[in-house]
Design a protein around this ligand. Sequence first.
Ligand code: THU
Length: 157
Amino acid sequence: MNIKKIEITVYEAAGIRELTGEDAALLEKAAAATDRSYAPYSHFHVGAAVLLENGEIICGSNQENAAYPSGLCAERVALFYASAQYPEVAIRAVAVHSSVNGQANPDPVYPCGACRQVLLECESRFGQPIKVIMGGTKKIQIVNSVSGLLPLSFILK
Ligand code: THU
């Protein structure tokens, strides 16, 4: 049997000042969006900011519901809204940030499996990589393509 190793490259920054201006601005929008999250059950507030190819930035935040599975993650709120408003426009980058009790988390928040699947489809749909910026106040991690976050992924062919 053959062994196949799959490697991903993750860029790591110790703070927002180490990012490019464009990435920093997007992450700041994601952090600001945590304030608009509705998370009375988990108290875990997530903000996402999606940068479109046309320069537009769409923000989203997690929206919970008493019937738990009816809620939606910040990333998918932003991605689906972006697609509903601009179905023909590719996505360049997505930033995510989180907070608890009004305090931004020091560590990055990582998109859940379902959000990775949706991000991947956005990437394959337009045939161009989406940068994912996963932020915390003390550590920020960046991958240049969603495919790194979801190897061996399901795509209908
Ligand atoms: N959540 C997000 O919005 N994005 C993620 O990447 C991970 C989890 C939300 C879902 C739920 O409202 C809360 O965080 C706790 O799981």
